[in-house]
Write a protein that binds this ligand. Structure first.
Ligand SMILES: Nc1nc2c(c(=O)[nH]1)N[C@H]1C(S)=C(S)[C@@H](COP(=O)(O)O)O[C@H]1N2
Ligand SMILES: [Mo]
Length: 267
């Protein structure tokens, strides 16, 4: 070993401690400076503005780190179990499949009509069937691995494309997704539960319109006959008993966002 490359441990220690002192000092000054900065911020309803905007900030970070290709983890089907039925808003009336219908608003797929109604699941079941085993995560703190089967929302949207594109040209869901409306609104038949999705999340490959849970048709408490499963979002966005799907350029209302939860609700 040559002289040059030999390390003097003591000198190294001194150098290190000088350096960490520098960083520690910086951190303390930084914290003090931050507190002072915060104290001098104007209040909004008695809450310093920076905290006020924390929710919006979370959403911006969520959107910034979101990559359409980033997948939620998938699990072996052997780990799947029954999630607890949670949240019955919009499921009050007893489900009568003869009354159920799916209404799609904002699509030209069926001509100029504003809304299209279908009384059966055929338009979903004739799309490619996708199975996945993912985790349903409730914001209340529990989660459950579940095997789902259904159709990709992106396949649904490609087959029944929105009419209200940005350019006014016919929608091309696969080639020009930026030209599509910014949001999808989904609601229960009675309109009592409703979620809004940003376009990227709606088109995510793991966002499914599901009709089966763990190999069996959905039960009413889990959202029969059709529910959304979107494992890149918390449970609140996984709306059960879908009655209406609407493409829109205005951010749709969202049941739990109105109660103060993050509209984006991404994981
Ligand atoms: N229509 C409707 N869908 C809903 C809810 C609801 O109250 N009504 N609750 C949500 C919440 S908070 C969760 S965690 C999941 C739970 O799905 P599960 O009942 O199949 O476990 O459904 C979501 N979808
Ligand atoms: Mo939840």
């Amino acid at each position: 070993m040559s002289e040059k490359t030999q390390i003097d441990p003591e000198a190294q220690m001194r150098k290190l401690s000088r350096r960490s002192l520098f960083w520690a000092g910086g951190a303390i000054l930084g914290a003090a400076g931050f507190r002072q900065w915060l104290a001098t911020r104007p209040d909004a309803d008695g809450v310093p503005r920076p905290f006020r905007s924390a929710l919006q900030f979370n959403e911006k970070v969520g959107r910034a780190v979101f990559r359409p290709t980033a997948l939620a983890p998938e699990f072996p089907a052997s780990l799947a179990g029954e999630p607890r039925p949670n949240g019955g808003i919009g499921l009050d009336s007893e489900l009568d499949l003869r009354d159920w219908e799916l209404r799609v608003e904002g699509s030209f797929a069926w001509g100029e009509s504003r809304a299209y109604r279908r009384k059966d699941l055929r338009i979903i079941k004739e799309l490619p069937r996708v199975e996945m085993t993912t985790e349903l995560k409730c914001i209340e703190g529990w989660s459950q691995v579940v095997t789902w089967a259904g159709a990709r929302f992106s396949d649904f949207m490609a087959k029944y494309p929105p009419q209200n594109t940005k350019s006014g040209r016919p929608a091309d869901v696969l080639q020009r997704p930026q030209d599509l409306p910014d949001y999808v609104a989904i609601a229960t038949p009675d309109g009592k539960y409703y979620v809004g999705l940003d376009r990227e999340s709606a088109l995510h490959p793991q966002t499914l319109l599901c009709y089966e849970m763990n190999g069996k048709p959905l039960t009413p408490e889990h959202g029969a006959p059709l529910r959304l499963v979107i494992p890149v979002k918390y449970g609140i966005k996984n709306i059960k008993r879908i009655g209406v799907i609407r493409y829109t350029n205005e951010r749709p209302p969202d049941y739990w966002a109105e109660a103060g939860y993050d509209w984006y609700a991404g994981l």
